[in-house]
Design a protein around this ligand. Structure first.
Ligand code: ATP
Ligand code: MG
Length: 274
């Protein structure tokens, strides 16, 4: 069991305040989506949670222990899947056990039976067991991201962090990847904190939502409170037209057209659909 506590987190880069006194707690097992326009602090928040950045003020604790260096029980999934093209899906997934084995063990594929079973189990979770031997470079972007999720699962974390894990994928693959992420988190009781640009995708898969604006937390709540007013609060003056589809319509057809980047490039600040 791991409880994440973000306590008065401020991160400054010179004059830029990337995060401004952000606090929240996440109990074990919640599926949390972080939203906000470009530059609002999403990546900085996730990077602080994995000790890739050091807070200027405040701290992050997992249970009662301050996070000061990357931890084995926190797995990070990146936008660029960071998998090794020449290796099979299985071998890529198996590298998630690096934390338990020496580099030489990994290189010589001397992982134990337990690790190998975990790699197969993780590929099964992301629907790729049949393609375990497929070379990763011959897989689609969505499949590669699913291999990235499998590798994160083999790390055997209690917390999954993902910074825009579907940013480079088409709407259909984005939905699939989000679906597998949610299934993986549910099956294994993991907490997940995932940043997204697509509001409709967030609504379809999220359980709890944290909205950032100019580094400040402007919303923190669950599905029933995550309405158009909240989206206005998070996205401010940008044209939020079409970002909010009624329940059940947040599918592949509407998901991509409704992303914040598309809305932002629309330019107008009026015409919010309610
Ligand atoms: N290493 C850094 N050095 C200087 N400034 C930084 C650094 N990292 C982030 N920033 C600044 O901090 C602010 C928040 O950036 P961050 O990358 O967290 O935003 P974001 O919400 O992830 O944006 P995007 O949606 O574009 O990924 C921005 O103003 C950014 O320019
Ligand atoms: Mg970012």
């Amino acid at each position: 069991m791991s409880r994440i506590t973000v306590d008065g987190l401020t991160k400054r880069f010179g004059e830029t305040v990337a995060l401004d006194d952000v606090s929240f707690e996440i109990p074990q097992g919640e599926f949390v989506i972080v939203l906000g326009v470009s530059g609002s602090g999403k990546s900085t928040l996730l990077r602080c949670m994995n000790a890739l950045e050091t807070p200027t003020e405040g701290e992050i604790r997992i249970d009662e222990t301050p996070v000061t260096s990357p931890r084995d029980d926190v797995a990070m999934i990146f936008q660029q899947h960071n998998i090794i093209g020449q290796m099979s899906a299985y071998s890529n997934a198996l590298t998630g056990s690096l934390n338990r084995n020496t580099f030489l063990d990994s290189l010589l594929q001397r992982q134990g039976e337990e690790d190998k079973l975990q790699a197969l189990d993780a590929l099964d979770t992301v629907g790729l067991l049949d393609q375990a031997q497929q070379s990763a470079q011959r897989m689609s972007g969505g499949q590669q991201q699913r291999v990235g999720i499998a590798r994160a699962l083999v790390q055997d974390p209690t917390i999954l962090l993902a910074d825009e894990p579907v940013a480079s994928l088409d709407p259909g693959s984005s939905q699939q990847v989000m679906g597998y992420l949610r299934t993986a988190a549910r099956e294994r009781g993991l907490s997940a904190v995932i940043s997204l640009h697509q509001v409709n995708l967030a609504r379809k898969f999220g359980e709890r939502f944290i909205g950032l604006r100019d580094g400040k937390k402007v919303f923190d709540g669950y599905r029933d409170e995550f309405d158009m007013d909240v989206i206005d609060e998070i996205y401010g003056d940008i044209d939020t037209d079409g970002m909010f589809a009624p329940e059940g319509e947040a599918d592949a057809g509407t998901g991509d057209g409704a992303d914040a980047a598309t809305a932002a490039s629309g330019g107008s600040s009026s015409g919010v659909t309610r």
